[in-house]
Ligand binder design. Structure first.
Ligand SMILES: Nc1ncnc2c1ncn2[C@@H]1O[C@H](COP(=O)(O)OP(=O)(O)OP(=O)(O)O)[C@@H](O)[C@H]1O
Length: 270
């Protein structure tokens, strides 16, 4: 029987330089009626090019964590740094992919891909050329003139990913990007998105409720506790068969079930 590496849940120092660092991060939401403490004393480092999955109970603060990395939220305590610099506001270096594609229905695929460049008043020609190259590379070459309503759900999510990549982000934040898709499309897109991220060497942080997705895509899986949430444990995911197995191959690999059972038990304990 295949053995899995023991994981004591303790985060180890990175072997590569840190790309994203959170130190003592706390985040509370304030409304007229109440204060909601979402995160407390969150500390972690993510290396450049690393793929991290975040799992945890519903409402524990996973999306909040991504918003802090993206600069859409500012921590109430502690600091968030990217490449050693304190995050202050949003940046085109950080891309976001969400559960729903949020494509503009009245713009064709190419128009959707270049909208970010237009808003940021970047070179339109350059953005258009980049968009066309990416469409070609990722199998949507013939669809530049299609409207979103003429595409399948999986194709629309692929366009949403390409739209993010046009800005050449260093960091990709993925907030349940496959959860609205049917099972077969979800598996196919996981394969494609994984390959694209590895091709580009992008640092990726995936929030998901699907433990199988978390384990099959990530270098490390972070488990969050319930609210006020902190990082409960970190599980490095390694396979004897090699480090560049696709998500599909990882699911068939010997250590996969061991990881699944260990993390599932933790999630059950809350
Ligand atoms: N804008 C807001 N104002 C007040 N409270 C908020 C706001 N956004 C989130 N919260 C609260 O903060 C907590 C964390 O929310 P968040 O969306 O980050 O959790 P999550 O782990 O991503 O949830 P889920 O797994 O259900 O998607 C929740 O209790 C939520 O109700």
């Amino acid at each position: 029987m295949a053995r899995i590496e023991p994981s004591d849940g303790i985060d180890r120092p990175l072997s590569a330089p840190a790309h994203i660092v959170m130190e003592g991060v706390g985040l509370s939401y304030f409304t007229l009626q109440q204060e909601t403490e979402a995160l407390r004393d969150v500390c972690f480092e993510i290396a450049r090019g690393e793929f991290i999955s975040i799992v945890g109970p519903s409402g524990c603060g996973k999306s909040t964590l991504l918003s802090l990395i993206s600069g859409m939220l500012t921590p109430t305590q502690g600091s968030v740094r990217i490449d050693g610099e304190e995050v202050s506001g949003t940046s085109s270096k950080v891309g976001y992919m969400l559960q729903h594609d949020h494509l503009f229905e009245w713009r064709d695929v190419l128009g959707n891909l270049t909208v970010g460049a237009e808003i940021r008043r970047m070179d339109r020609k350059k953005a258009r050329a980049k968009a066309e190259t990416l469409l070609e590379r990722y199998g949507l070459g013939g669809f530049a003139g299609y409207l979103p309503s003429q595409l399948s759900g999986g194709m629309k999510q692929r366009v949403a990913l390409i739209r993010t990549l046009v800005a050449e982000p260093d960091i990709l934040l993925l907030d349940e990007p496959f959860s609205a898709l049917d099972y077969q499309t979800r598996l196919t897109l996981q394969e494609e998105v994984f390959r694209i991220i590895k091709d580009q060497g992008t640092t990726a942080v995936l929030v998901t409720h699907d433990l199988s997705e978390a384990i099959s895509m990530a270098d490390r899986v972070m488990v969050m506790s319930s609210r006020p949430s902190t990082i409960r444990s970190v599980h490095p995911i390694t396979f004897e068969e090699g480090s560049h197995l696709s998500p599909w191959d990882r699911r068939q690999a010997g250590r996969y079930n061991g990881y699944f059972n260990a993390i599932w038990k933790e999630l059950e304990q809350r």
